[in-house]
Design a protein around this ligand. Structure first.
Ligand code: RUB
Length: 313
């Protein structure tokens, strides 16, 4: 698949979920670098910079995307030959993909250790990291059940219930507005993340903050499964995470909307859950309270685009 095809698939959500977006973007940069004709180092640099820009323009919220691009292109400007530059991109992309998959595996172990026999877990959207923990708990022989939400308007919950069903995990499927009603039946909430801010706030699929609020009210723990590359270092300097707003037609078809001239449909697809409604963020480096977000950023992430494109400061 070409880089443009990958970008299009991210934009149209055929490739979705923050971790997968990051891994596919890394692979796209690697393949793009491999396939670029030899035209000299500066042409290679600017072609890779354009490629990064195309990927970064696809969806604005998941910081796994800029963090992956950053990790794949880090140090590129110091390459002395085109061959060296190409090899660097390939090695860093492969390393990112391997460590990303390994991170999900480690997160699964930590989450599974917190899932006790007999527990019911509520989850939202379709997070590979969150699901990995649930699947591992089942693999470990624990008797568990899940409450999974529908996730309007894209119905990512269907993907989640398919996976849970494939693993023979008893699952209750509910509409998003039923989470408070069902919270009393849950023992634990596990969700994924698209971004974690320096203050430990978690940006995830719209509706996550309501679930966290209902969990807080019912005194149920909320775990967020988030690889370290979901942490957003740009928030240290006060930059906000942009919340993607998708087309109104995803919520109400155009022909219905046309008949309702006084109605405006809004479709933000992520929301922000403040740190005080989150008990633990489970990363591959360990489970940490949300207040430790800065430490995770310091120890696990570089900081700025200018590291690899100095002129772009
Ligand atoms: C997906 C979503 C997921 C996170 C984490 O939103 O909000 O919870 O991306 O997923 P969308 P993962 O469907 O709009 O991309 O744990 O797989 O990275």
């Amino acid at each position: 698949m070409s880089l443009l095809q990958t970008a299009e698939q991210i934009k149209t959500m055929q490739i979705r979920g923050a971790g997968k977006i990051a891994r596919e973007a890394a692979a796209a940069l690697r393949d793009h670098a491999e396939n670029l004709p030899e035209h000299g180092l500066s042409v290679f640099f600017s072609a890779m910079e354009d490629a990064a820009d195309i990927l970064l323009a696809t969806r604005p919220t998941a910081v796994s995307l800029p963090n992956a691009v950053h990790q794949v292109l880090r140090g590129l400007s110091s390459a002395k030959t085109e061959e060296e530059a190409r090899t660097l991109v390939k090695n860093q992309a492969d390393a990112f993909i391997t460590s990303s998959n390994e991170a999900v595996r480690k997160i699964a172990e930590i989450c599974a250790a917190r899932i006790k026999d007999g527990m019911t877990i509520m989850t939202h959207c379709n997070s590979k990291a969150a699901l990995a923990g649930i699947l591992l708990a089942k693999e470990q022989g624990k008797t568990i059940s899940v409450i999974a939400t529908e996730v309007r308007p894209w119905n990512q919950g269907r993907l989640t219930i398919q996976t849970l069903n494939d693993h023979e995990i008893p699952t209750t499927y509910i509409v998003d507005s039923a989470v408070r009603t069902f919270m009393k039946e849950a023992d634990l909430v596990i969700v994924g993340a698209d971004a974690v801010t320096v203050k430990g706030a978690v940006v995830n699929k719209i509706g996550t903050s309501q679930i966290a609020l209902a969990a807080h009210e019912a005194r149920k723990n909320v775990l967020v499964a988030a690889e370290t590359y979901k942490f957003a270092p740009q928030t240290i300097l006060g930059k906000h995470i942009e919340i993607e707003e998708r087309p109104a037609s995803e919520v109400l078809p155009d022909d219905a909307a046309e008949k309702l001239p006084f109605v405006t449909v809004r479709n933000p697809v992520f929301d922000v859950t403040p740190a005080r409604y989150i008990d633990l963020i489970v990363t591959e480096a360990g489970a940490v309270p949300p207040e430790a977000a800065y430490t995770i950023m310091q120890n696990h992430l570089g900081f700025d685009m200018k590291d690899y494109f100095p002129e772009k400061s």
